[in-house]
Design a binder for this molecule. Structure first.
Ligand SMILES: Nc1ncnc2c1ncn2[C@@H]1O[C@H](COP(=O)(O)OP(=O)(O)OP(=O)(O)O)[C@@H](O)[C@H]1O
Ligand SMILES: [Mg+2]
Length: 325
């Protein structure tokens, strides 16, 4: 709050675009939320693993380490698969965005496309994006298959290794030992798969926290200049030999002077990109004059070029939450 002007444009000082903020909300905040769901596995997973291994030790003795070794070997492998899946998913999202964008453009410009008989070339461009999407989707599904395979195969391999070691050591494998051990290995399954994921998630969450922190610490936009005193006869808007620059330092307007008297209607005319919106931004205090002075008196009502309108009545849009009186 407070970082966004009522017209929906971001503060020029805050320097964050709407797209970046959408990302902060949809990716970074979501990441923190996802982390919280399994946050306690960070301590409970090592605890569960320790308890399960100790109890297995009582069942099958040192043979447990054959199983644990297989389990430990599978952890980096699942990690690699998970990372690969995540990167594929990101690629997939990107291609999907691209496809939706192009399809939207084609749909909204259908009339023109038909007029110029451009259907085939636009159709081809959409098809090529779709093919790209399919290719990535195929790779993603393959990885998913491997991931499911690991999920099913690892417990079998773990118990097979343990029991083999147990029998080879000259012990007798009884049903009670076998089934108790199987149950204990089953307990090991979740924490060993989850722990590496969680460590990874924590590192990602740290990056997100830093990004959110950076955003929350951006300077607040300066408040609108207080309503100046209207001196009868004096101009309400007065710009004297001002040099205006965008916050990034690029020049906007140099040497501009004008005055608006009360009751006067003033129009600013200029080619597109001439700096009209920039000039208005300086009148409402979004841009500071690098030289000269910009002063306004009385109250300011600003209707932005790209208006931000609430889904509400005209009156509500004007009063903006205040009581109509
Ligand atoms: N935030 C910004 N930082 C740097 N340069 C900018 C910024 N916003 C706009 N500009 C550039 O400043 C110039 C003036 O832009 P401005 O939006 O004031 O023009 P305009 O006269 O309002 O045009 P239009 O008639 O299209 O609304 C343009 O060349 C534009 O590319
Ligand atoms: Mg403009």
């Amino acid at each position: 709050a407070g970082k966004q002007r009522a017209d929906g444009t971001m503060s020029r000082e805050a320097g964050k675009s709407t797209g970046e903020i959408v990302n902060l909300m949809s990716i970074d905040a979501q990441r923190l939320q996802d982390l919280m769901a399994y946050f306690h596995t960070l301590w409970s997973a090592p605890f569960q693993i320790t308890v399960a291994i100790v109890m297995l030790w009582f069942e099958v003795g040192p043979a447990v380490f054959a199983g644990v070794a297989v389990l430990a070997a599978s952890v980096p492998l699942t990690g690699v698969i998970a990372r690969r899946m995540r990167s594929l998913q990101q690629q997939l999202m990107k291609v999907k965005d691209e496809r939706i964008k192009v399809t939207n453009e084609v749909m909204s410009g259908m009339k023109i496309i038909k007029f110029y008989a451009w259907e085939t070339s636009f159709g081809e461009s959409i098809t090529s994006i779709r093919n790209e999407e399919l290719k990535i989707l195929w790779r993603y599904r393959m990885m998913q298959t491997w991931s499911r395979f690991m999920w099913g195969a690892v417990p079998v391999l773990v118990s097979a290794a343990t029991f083999t070691a147990f029998v080879l050591a000259g012990n007798e494998l009884t049903a009670s030992k076998a089934f108790t051990s199987l149950a204990l290995f089953n307990i090991l399954r979740f924490p060993t798969q989850m722990l590496p994921n969680m460590i990874n998630n924590c590192m990602e969450a740290r990056v997100s926290v830093l990004r959110l922190q950076e955003f929350l610490e951006t300077p607040e936009i300066s408040a609108l200049p207080p309503p100046g005193i209207v001196v009868p006869g004096a101009p309400t808007v007065s710009v004297r030999d001002a040099e205006l620059r965008w916050p990034d330092g690029s020049p906007l307007i140099d040497h501009i002077s004008f005055e608006c008297k009360p009751g006067q209607l003033t129009m600013i005319v200029g080619a597109t990109g001439a700096g009209k919106s920039g000039l208005l931004a300086s009148l409402i205090g979004d841009i500071k004059a690098a030289r000269g002075s910009v002063s306004t008196g009385g109250n300011i009502g600003y209707a932005a070029q790209v208006a931000w309108i609430q889904n509400s009545t005209v009156q509500d849009n004007i009063c903006f939450g205040k009581r109509f009186s």
